[in-house]
Design a protein around this ligand. Structure first.
Ligand code: FES
Length: 118
């Protein structure tokens, strides 16, 4: 059964199929949640579950502690929804940007010393 995931504070909503992680579903909807390793090791995709429940998935115990799980923190690259979700993530950008937008983001990244993913 497809569940619905809503992101705060941006208010984007997208569907997640039973075999998908939150990150996979977001990417399929052309939405960008920050990520790195995609296997529960780096913590880049860490965010908060405001409502609903997840299977936290396989991850490094040091990357997501039991205490964090009790407080509703999850790694969205490996978390699979068990219900409709409302989540909070640090940053979200549309994956599909036009070339001018990518150019501006690259320039902005250089100014701030940060990388920009495409
Ligand atoms: S992307 Fe590395 S833990 Fe999720």
């Amino acid at each position: 059964m497809t569940v619905q995931i809503s992101i705060r504070p941006s208010d984007h909503t997208f569907g997640c199929e039973p075999d998908e992680t939150v990150l996979q579903a977001a990417m399929r909807a052309d939405l960008m949640i920050p990520y790195g390793c995609r296997n529960g090791a780096c913590g880049t995709c860490k965010g908060r579950i405001l409502d609903g429940s997840v299977d936290f998935g396989a991850h490094q115990p040091s990357t997501l502690t039991d205490d964090e799980k009790r407080r509703g923190i999850a790694l969205f690259c490996v978390a699979r929804p068990r219900s409709d979700l409302v989540i909070e993530v640090r940053i979200m950008l549309p994956r599909m940007l036009d070339e001018r937008s990518k150019e501006l983001l690259r320039e902005f990244g250089r100014i701030n010393g940060e990388g920009v993913r495409e």
